[in-house]
Ligand binder design. Structure first.
Ligand code: NAG
Ligand code: NAG
Ligand code: NAG
Ligand code: NAG
Ligand code: NAG
Ligand code: NAG
Ligand code: NAG
Ligand code: NAG
Ligand code: NAG
Ligand code: NAG
Length: 686
């Protein structure tokens, strides 16, 4: 019996291997899209659990995912039926944002994989106002439209359509499927957040395109194969040789309007010239309910494999129980976490310590990326291949933790290309772990200040980084649902991606340190030299105090030195003072980083210096807002004239401290043991 099962298993494995060897380029099947050869743009991204996410929270934006290898179609042959036949099957889920359903998505066959010019909103990302209705567009799209638009003559808010070169469907129908049990059409809500299976099949002989939908059975275990309805929803005679070119790309396009939805692809199979492999429903994982990724599911085992496992378990049960018991106690201790009742609602953002432990190979020293005032950061890799940075922050008190975790959960929903994405968190006794996207080029201060291993960065690269950081800060201050303060902007908190784009990191960590322990004392957190005078005096962080820090950061970037540098001669020690003096004497360019050796655009340098000074004014209300800042940086507005004589600059209070007679008990570090680490400033304590 066992022997027979073993040979059956062997046969299954070998045939599976042979099938995968036979995989041609015009035939594939994917459940984990991190393994797929896709080109992504816009909002499209692959989640840590392997799901393909086409669209998210961002309004009026598009997302595309195309299979990189072109499919060859023989459009000149009018006889060979196979030459144009194709078949595809995919599972999608459209998770609505609040009550709105978003715009929708489409399966697209296009002569180019680059549809980044596609329009958002009702254009669904595959055509735009100029390409719409043009025969040289050569696009076939099957739209899954969740918001009917009068512009596109849509029938309603929940329909499927066949589109040729246009958003006007040549045929469309309310989303539904033919139920073979009662032989009726059952309607189906596309934007229900549930998984739906769709078949798109073109028969080159009869020149008929069929589109069929069916819901995926929601309870587990799912049937290995979903049953395809015997009647298609759409069936249209269409001559694709009039539309297709010899080389076409296949993929997905989605868009959002003023309302958005999270659209996911959970599995996809395709074949040219025949029937695509049926997707295995047991491998389809549930679509995420909130936007953050969940961990990969346990791999499902074949029935035969299970039997073999059961047999071996029965024979070795005693041994296993003993080993298991010991292991259990050991592992339980090793991977112990703190999980409280109130945390249940944040479970999607929660990653297990076990996963993080494995991802970082046990927090090995050679995985250490850095250590700062807040704790150590390790590099890791999730099972899906996504690279992460794990920050371990230790703390003494649990007080305020619930509110802080709520903030972490809400920060996980922030999405901006210049913000380091927070992927999740984990909590252990006395310790919080935060998981971020890994940034291959490290932090900006390493570029500016590392003397042992100098890396150069031209002024225009620096300018580009500053612009990126400014747009992220604008998003935090004005464009998100609530005002988010960063509280600790400085070069060491700016990370660089592979293309040297600046990304703002560590947001909210300052907040974490500003609660806890001594609740009687008001405390602010920040870094000396970047803290606005009113922040250290009154302890109230505002968008203006962020702007002050951003100004200090701009000066730091253009001058290649820190705001306060005790090693410099007295007159140069405080950067703002020095820049003001040089500005007064008409030698402003003397302050620019000497490492640039004069190779820079004086215009860019001057703009950064003047903006930096504009932000450094002592009266917060005179500082520009981040929206104005973007306009200055983009050159869309000219900056007000700066007179270095009359402006009153907010000098970091470190130098004036000695003369201070006020009652505040500010405890900043003294110059002797000066540090660039984030510090906590206590005052008003009893
Ligand atoms: C992001 O999604 C959440 C719901 O998950 C929603 O409440 C919030 O408004 C969205 N944010 C943006 C910027 O649209
Ligand atoms: C991915 O697509 C590119 C572009 O066509 C191709 O050069 C490359 O070989 C493909 N890689 C795999 C693993 O199929
Ligand atoms: C396309 O089909 C025609 C007619 O069947 C054939 O002569 C030609 O070689 C084919 N082209 C390619 C690239 O396969
Ligand atoms: C369709 O979009 C409009 C605005 O673009 C919105 O007001 C409306 O609620 C949407 N409809 C649905 C069903 O989401
Ligand atoms: C429309 O798309 C084409 C290419 O796909 C692009 O050249 C054109 O600029 C786009 N038009 C608009 C108005 O975005
Ligand atoms: C595009 O074509 C559709 C149907 O053929 C027509 O109703 C519509 O007016 C056309 N739109 C434009 C902008 O040409
Ligand atoms: C399609 O749905 C709309 C409502 O959204 C309904 O008025 C219409 O009758 C439906 N059409 C068919 C053919 O069921
Ligand atoms: C078809 O309809 C029957 C009876 O209404 C229902 O029990 C069954 O779940 C439906 N089948 C599917 C696949 O939805
Ligand atoms: C179900 O829908 C299909 C396609 O829209 C249509 O051809 C068919 O007549 C409908 N069947 C019933 C029983 O309504
Ligand atoms: C399909 O279009 C091609 C190219 O325009 C043409 O040669 C062929 O005759 C058409 N076939 C049918 C069945 O209309």
């Amino acid at each position: 019996m066992a022997k027979a099962l073993q040979s059956l298993l062997f046969y299954l494995i070998t045939s599976a291997c042979m099938i995968s060897l036979m995989f041609a380029q015009d035939q594939f099947e994917y459940y984990d899209f991190s393994k797929a050869n896709l080109s992504l743009d816009g909002m499209a991204t692959i989640l840590p659990n392997g799901l393909l996410q086409l669209t998210n929270n961002a309004t009026k934006t598009t997302g595309h995912a195309f299979y990189k290898v072109p499919i060859e179609f023989n459009t000149s042959s009018s006889t060979s039926a196979e030459s144009l036949s194709f078949s595809t099957e995919f599972v999608f889920a459209i998770v609505p944002e609040a009550k709105s359903r978003g715009q929708g998505m489409a399966f697209v066959v296009s002569p180019t994989p680059d549809l980044s010019h596609g329009g958002a909103t009702s254009y669904l990302g595959f055509v735009n106002i100029t390409t719409n209705n043009k025969t040289d567009t050569h696009i076939l799209a099957i739209e899954l439209d969740t918001n009917g638009s009068a512009d596109a003559a849509d029938i309603n808010d929940n329909h499927v359509g066949i589109d040729v070169n246009s958003i006007y469907s040549i045929q469309s129908a309310n989303a539904s499927y033919f139920n073979d049990t009662n032989r009726k059409n059952d309607s189906l809500l596309l934007a229900s957040g549930k998984s739906i299976l769709i078949w798109i099949e073109y028969d080159g002989t009869n020149k008929v395109l069929d589109v069929t939908l069916a819901p995926v059975q929601t309870t587990r275990p799912r049937f290995p194969r979903s049953i395809k309805p015997s009647l298609p929803l759409l069936s249209r005679s269409i001559n694709l040789s009039e539309i297709f070119l010899e080389e076409m790309f296949i993929g997905f396009s989605g868009s959002t309007g003023t309302i958005t939805s999270n659209q996911y692809i959970l599995g996809w199979s395709f074949k040219k010239g025949g029937k695509a492999k049926s997707l295995d429903m047991s491998k389809i994982i549930d679509p995420p309910t909130p936007p953050l990724p969940q961990l990969p599911p346990q791999s499902t085992t074949l029935l035969t494999e299970r039997l073999v496992i059961i047999i071996s378990i029965t024979s070795a049960i005693v041994v296993l129980m003993i080993i298991g018991g010991v292991m259990y106690l050991y592992q339980k201790n090793k991977y112990a976490e703190v999980l409280e009742e109130w945390e249940k609602e944040y479970s999607p953002q929660r990653l297990s310590f076990r996963t993080l432990f494995k991802a970082t190979k046990g927090f090995k020293e050679n995985r250490l990326l850095g250590a700062g005032g807040f704790g150590k950061v390790y590099k890791g890799e999730l099972p899906s291949g996504i690279q992460i940075a794990v920050k371990r922050v230790s703390h003494d008190v649990e007080q305020g933790m619930q509110q802080y975790v709520a903030e972490v959960a809400s920060m996980g929903r922030l999405r901006h290309k210049n913000l380091v994405q927070l992927l999740g968190y984990c909590r252990r006794k006395g310790e919080l772990l935060l998981v971020y996207d890994y940034m291959p080029n490290g932090s900006l201060d390493d570029y500016l200040f590392n003397t042992q291993n100098p890396k150069s960065l031209s002024l225009s690269q620096r300018f580009h980084i500053v612009k990126g950081v400014a747009s992220a800060l604008l998003y935090l201050h004005e464009d998100w649902e609530q005002v988010v303060l960063h509280r600790d902007i400085k070069a060491s908190n700016i990370l660089l991606d592979a293309n040297l784009n600046g990304k703002l990191g560590d947001f909210g960590l300052a907040r974490f340190h500003d609660r806890g322990m001594n609740i009687e004392a008001t405390r602010v957190v920040g870094t000396i030299g970047y803290m606005a005078p009113e922040l250290t005096a009154m302890g109230v962080a505002t968008t203006w105090t962020d702007v002050y820090a951003f100004g200090a950061f701009m000066l730091e970037v253009v001058c290649g030195r820190r705001p306060v540098d005790p090693d410099k001669p007295r007159e140069e020690m405080i950067l703002i003072k020095w820049v003001a003096t040089c500005g007064k004497n008409g030698v402003l360019m003397d302050t620019v980083d000497s490492k640039l050796e004069g190779n820079f655009s004086a215009k860019e340098a001057e703009l950064l210096l003047k903006l930096g000074m504009l932000c450094s004014q002592s009266n917060p209300e005179n500082r520009p807002s981040m929206r104005q800042m973007i306009q200055y940086l983009e050159g869309n507005a000219s900056i007000p004239d700066i007179s270095f004589d009359t402006y009153e600059f907010g000098i970091p209070n470190i130098c004036e401290r000695n003369n201070e007679t006020g009652t505040t008990q500010t405890t900043t570090s003294s110059l002797a043991n000066f540090s660039y680490d984030t510090v906590t400033v206590l005052f008003g304590g009893r």
